[in-house]
Design a protein around this ligand. Structure first.
Ligand code: SF4
Length: 460
């Protein structure tokens, strides 16, 4: 019993968080920056923060994550980090030769009040930023929000740094992806290609954090959205922002800066959210939905029809990022499952509203919480009082799964103890098939394990 100290009785907590269902803002900023081609993320703070953010990403993606740091000392903590950052910019462009440095702040540099805008302007004035190279930045104080907020802030920084207004519109859409796996980004691109729309997708971590083993070290892998592509987003006809928490701010900034109108959609997880994405591509890209996409959708519906008896009525507890949870819960409700407990460490008033709208008829007594006190401890308390049939969330749920003997499907960030998430998508219709296969496998394994000999079935 690793979590033997979890109490059944809930006590209202005002300030204490126990086992948070989130991580810190710069982790998200670093991940978003890696979706730009030839970009070196830079952490403006102490070495410890940068080491943590890099290791969080490296452990999840099983790829080396390169990033630089301003390496604050006691002196910079008191007097500010301007000289460290200017020296870092000079060193990085001289030694590591990226096209872009994406600076994000940390708790320390935010608390000091470093003005990164001004520091970058000074670096430019001092000739430390070579011609044709870029330094973008995002403010990511980790005492607010979560890794999702940091991701959103860096996406906004990308738009601020690159998008160029244009009087000559381009026949292309912007697809702004929320925080999903490299495999999901590849799948979103595949859907766009199948639809026949012209598009720029950013960020794009496919071929960066799932790059093939070639035997040669490549400091900047082949993937990532290129600078000309990012610059062209200001001339696109429309933006599709996938995931309100992670991509809305970037879409708004594109609208404000370049007058590119936008739609906010859910990340296309499950059938309905994928339908909405495909319909939106069809509408704004002015294309018809091809038969091969309808056929893929039909295959998902067929699996659901065949396997409905294993899914119906199953109670599920979920934790993770709001942009993943909202469409996922909708998908589970479509499968006639019962998402019973839902927590997200990421704050935002709309979370509960969206969940209530999805769950009001299907699971009216579902418990939903988000924000700092919506943590894994609370989730465990709920489960101790009334167990569920399945857990869905990141690796930190494995303690609850073991203690309570509940099947566990890993999904979200971080996954530290399995592979597959960065290689196989969970978005789109093919992603829905994968989700179904994983859930059904868990339910059937459990049924096989617990069945008395006379009910142990060969055919299921
Ligand atoms: S000090 Fe702040 S930015 Fe650094 S690792 Fe901790 S929470 Fe993250």
């Amino acid at each position: 019993m690793l979590l033997r100290h979890t109490l059944k009785e809930e006590v209202k907590r005002e300030a204490l968080t126990i086992n948070p269902a989130k991580t810190c803002q710069p982790v998200g900023a670093m991940y978003a920056a890696l979706g730009i081609h030839s970009c070196l993320p830079h952490s403006h703070g102490s070495q410890g923060c940068c080491a943590y953010h890099r290791s969080a990403l490296t452990r999840h993606y099983k790829e080396p994550v390169m990033a630089a740091t301003s390496s604050f000392t006691e002196g910079s903590s008191v007097f500010g980090g301007q000289s460290n950052l200017i020296q870092a910019i000079n060193n990085i462009f001289t030694v590591y030769e990226p096209e872009v440095i994406a600076v994000h702040t940390t708790c320390l540099s935010e608390t000091i009040g470093d003005d990164v805008d001004q520091i970058v302007a000074k670096a430019k004035d001092d000739g430390k930023i070579p011609e044709g190279k870029f330094v973008i930045h995002a403010s990511t104080p980790s005492y607010q929000g979560s890794h999702v907020t940091g991701y959103a802030n860096m996406l906004k920084g990308i738009v601020k740094g690159f998008a160029q207004p244009s009087d000559v519109p381009r026949d292309q859409l912007n697809v702004i992806t929320g925080w999903v796996e490299p495999s999901d980004m590849r799948e979103i691109k595949r859907l766009c290609h199948m639809m026949g729309v012209k598009f720029v997708m950013f960020p794009d971590t496919s071929d960066v954090l799932d790059a093939p083993q070639t035997g040669k070290h490549q400091m900047y892998p082949d993937g990532g959205t290129t600078i000309p592509e990012l610059q062209s987003t200001g001339a696109s006809s429309h933006s599709l922002a996938l995931g309100e928490w992670s991509s809305l701010e970037a879409a708004k900034e594109l609208d404000r800066k370049c007058k590119v109108a936008y739609d906010v959609l859910e990340i296309p997880i499950g059938i309905k959210a994928t339908d909405r994405f495909v319909s939106s591509l069809s509408k704004h890209g002015n294309v018809d939905v091809p038969k091969m996409i309808t056929t893929e959708r039909g295959r998902v519906v067929d699996i659901i029809t065949d396997m409905q008896q294993y899914l119906w009525g199953k109670k599920v507890a979920l934790w993770g990022d709001p942009d993943i949870l909202v469409p996922l819960v909708e998908f589970l409700v479509d499968l006639e499952m019962k998402p019973t407990y839902i927590v997200s460490g990421t704050p935002g008033k709309k979370f509960k509203q969206k969940m209530e709208a999805i769950l009001k008829d299907a699971v009216p007594d579902a418990k939903v919480a988000n924000g700092p006190q919506a943590d894994m401890y609370l989730m465990h308390q709920w489960i101790k009082n009334e167990p569920v049939d399945l857990l869905i969330g990141n690796t930190y749920g494995k303690y609850i799964a073991r203690d309570e003997d509940i099947p566990f499907m890993r999904l979200g960030f971080p996954i530290l103890d399995r592979i597959g998430h960065s290689y196989f998508p969970t978005v789109g219709y093919s992603g829905a098939m994968r989700l179904l296969e994983k859930m059904l496998g868990l339910f059937m394994d459990r049924q096989d394990r617990d069945a008395p000999e006379e009910s142990f079935e060969l055919v299921m």
